[in-house]
Design a protein around this ligand. Structure first.
Ligand code: SF4
Length: 281
């Protein structure tokens, strides 16, 4: 999308899926994450580091909020009064919330970029063009989920000392300082799957590829797929939870269903569905 389009058609664009979408979408990649199954092992986050050439910045920079993890596991501890439990929080156990870019259909990060380095693709992805990014960080300030990460240093000089550089993924770049980074739903895997399907004159088959996080999760808490395919596993999960794209407020016939989207009321139309954890009290 050009800058002219982005600014001129913003109101139409903002409505996103609600009115059939600004683009004619080819795919609509989405996730469903079952928090009942998540054990907080961080395998998804580690797989994301390996797949996407994420820099390991070290403890000091993590403490200064300069981590480059595109997928973070948020930990929440029970309040004692919830379970009538007066043990220390370390003994009460935690709930985990894997948070990656929510690939919002009406993404608040996109219109504020002065050079249109972040834009919406015909796959419904919120893409980041590193070569166009000038590091203004407006997108990060405007992301309500805080899921964009600014690259402050030339990490390639120190992050992968030999022989670790041998494990870098050749399918995507190693970013330099001064650009904003974020989860792409493993766009390099999406591109490979689409190219393979095109070469074989067929459609992309549900489950033929996965994001690194979904692939590595030992409890299969994460489901990835095309939400335009009504038979995909991810579409079925959204449908079963009566959560729909393009709605800031869901009207569920069954209020006991666990599906929800984070900060949905902001009308960002995120494409990550969470299935609430069921608590024993
Ligand atoms: S790999 Fe699966 S179980 Fe482990 S933290 Fe990630 S989502 Fe949770």
């Amino acid at each position: 999308m050009s800058l002219k389009n982005l600014l001129g058609d913003w109101s139409k664009y903002r409505k996103g899926h609600e009115e059939g979408g600004f683009h004619k979408y080819e795919h609509m990649w989405g996730l469903a994450i079952d928090l009942n199954k998540c054990i907080g092992c961080n395998a998804c986050s580690v797989a994301c580091y390996a797949e996407n050439n994420l820099a390991v910045v070290g403890k000091d920079k993590m403490l200064s909020n300069q981590g480059m993890h595109w997928l973070r596991i948020e930990r929440y501890w029970d309040e004692p009064q919830l379970g009538g439990d007066d043990r220390d929080f370390q003994e009460r156990g935690a709930s985990f919330l894997p948070m990656m870019c929510q690939q919002c259909n009406a993404a608040t990060c996109e219109p504020v970029c002065p050079v249109a380095a972040t834009y919406h693709t015909p796959d419904g992805l919120n893409a980041q063009v590193y070569n166009r990014c000038i590091g203004s960080r407006y997108c990060s300030n405007n992301c309500p989920y805080r899921l964009r990460y600014f690259n402050f240093y030339s990490y390639y000089e120190s992050s992968w000392p030999a022989p670790l550089h041998m494990q870098l993924n050749p399918d995507l770049s190693v970013r330099d300082k001064g650009v904003m980074e974020k989860c792409t739903f493993c766009v390099q895997r999406i591109r490979t799957a689409k190219d393979t399907a095109r070469a074989e004159n067929r459609k992309v088959i549900d489950g033929e590829f996965n994001t690194a996080c979904a692939q590595s999760c030992p409890t299969k808490a994460i489901t990835f797929g095309d939400m335009l395919n009504p038979d995909s596993a991810v579409s079925k999960k959204w449908k079963a939870q009566q959560v729909e794209l393009g709605k800031a407020e869901q009207h569920k016939a069954n209020r006991d269903l666990r599906g929800y989207r984070v900060l949905e009321g902001l009308n960002t139309d995120p494409k990550v569905l969470y299935l609430e954890r069921v608590r024993e009290v």
